[in-house]
Design a protein around this ligand. Structure first.
Ligand code: KG4
Length: 339
């Protein structure tokens, strides 16, 4: 009999539902929340209200596009955390209620692990090459910068992580200082394509081991800009492409230096990247460059799976379903948790 999993994701500001049948993705519907743009960041209360409005139509659409009736579902997987508590509560409560009403199992999913395991999403008719265990994954988003040793779908070890800001957070803050829109990452990426990555240099951290730090870069960027603006009030406008390219190059160098160190230390040549910042062109190019120079076998997600989506939740649900690793109805969401 087929195994059909409905995945639900509501950890931040995207409401998403996806259907996976026997490991193959049938639908992945995402409702973004434009309401936050004018605030320059996600407003938690507005996010949870928007999830409440979106969840039913999004789930309905995911089932419709998959051509699956709710009675055919084998289980419902949901993001349990980490994330915004008000946002998580909407998805978790909906998933529990829906699973209970259908009398099928519910499966809790760690959002960070789901980003890592997004590499196992298979689309219909697609022959995708998936990483073999163990592999390394650089998880880079607005809230995380981690190097993860993935030993199996349920066994992951964080080898290094940021001790202050995440890479995406640093990029977003620097772009805010430049007066660019929110989120800054995609804007910096676009501007950087026209700029010189060697035009300016900013501080790089000297942190032992495999941990990251991005707060020094942020401060160095801010102070440098202040000095340059003193001499030329239009400095940012006149040099924004070079500033974006140099900022991006510095972030990518910091990320890749530690990742190379980890690959060498653990003698692993399968290296994946995941999370919102994995959409970055400079970072993707650096991965391709490392594949050529160091013989890495690299895994870069499709753009649709870099940001929050329920396909990655459904695939983890599918994997956990094989092990009958189900959640109980009492399980609460958690806002802060690591892998
Ligand atoms: O994983 P994600 O969607 O969710 C959060 O962790 O919140 O990551 C969002 C982050 C933001 O910091 C955003 O600016 C960054 O990913 N981002 C990018 C790009 N696209 C998204 N950063 C650099 N280049 C991009 N193309």
């Amino acid at each position: 009999m087929s195994v059909i999993i409905l995945g639900i994701e509501s950890s931040c500001d995207d409401t998403s539902a996806a259907v996976i049948k026997d490991g193959v993705l049938l639908s992945n519907v995402i409702a973004n929340q434009a309401v936050h743009e004018s605030y320059g960041g996600v407003v938690p209360e507005l996010a949870s209200r928007a999830h409440q409005q979106n969840i039913l139509p999004v789930v309905h659409e995911a089932l419709k596009r998959a051509g699956v009736k709710k009675e055919e579902l084998s289980a419902i997987a949901f993001t349990r955390g980490p994330g915004l508590m008000g946002s998580l509560l909407v998805g978790v409560s909906f998933a529990k209620g829906f699973a209970r009403s259908l009398n099928i199992p519910m499966i809790d999913v760690n959002h960070l692990a789901a980003h890592v395991l997004a590499h196992y999403i298979k689309e219909e008719g697609e022959e995708s090459v998936q990483p073999q265990y163990p592999f390394l994954c650089l998880l880079v988003s607005g809230g995380n910068s981690q190097i993860i040793l993935v030993k199996s779908y349920k066994e992951m070890e964080v080898l290094g992580q940021t001790i202050d800001d995440a890479a995406g957070e640093a990029i977003d803050k620097c772009s805010k200082v430049m007066g660019l829109g929110y989120p800054g990452g995609p804007i910096i990426d676009r501007l950087a394509r026209q700029g010189n990555p060697k035009a300016y240099s900013f501080n790089k951290p000297h942190i032992p081991g495999l941990d990251y730090s991005f707060s020094g870069l942020k401060t160095s960027f801010l102070y440098s800009l202040r000095d340059w603006i003193k001499d030329d009030p239009d400095f940012i406008e006149n040099h924004k492409n070079d500033l974006a390219a140099s900022l991006e190059a510095t972030v990518v160098d910091i990320l890749m230096d530690k990742l190379r160190k980890a690959a060498k230390q653990y003698n692993i040549n399968q290296v994946a990247v995941a999370g919102g910042v994995s959409a970055n062109t400079g970072l993707r190019n650096a991965f391709h460059d490392h594949a050529k120079r160091y013989g890495w076998k690299i895994f870069i997600p499709k753009f649709g799976y870099t940001t929050d989506n329920a396909a990655m939740v459904a695939i983890v649900g599918y994997l956990k379903f094989q092990d009958k690793d189900f959640a109980s109805i009492e399980l609460p969401p958690y806002s802060r948790v690591t892998i």
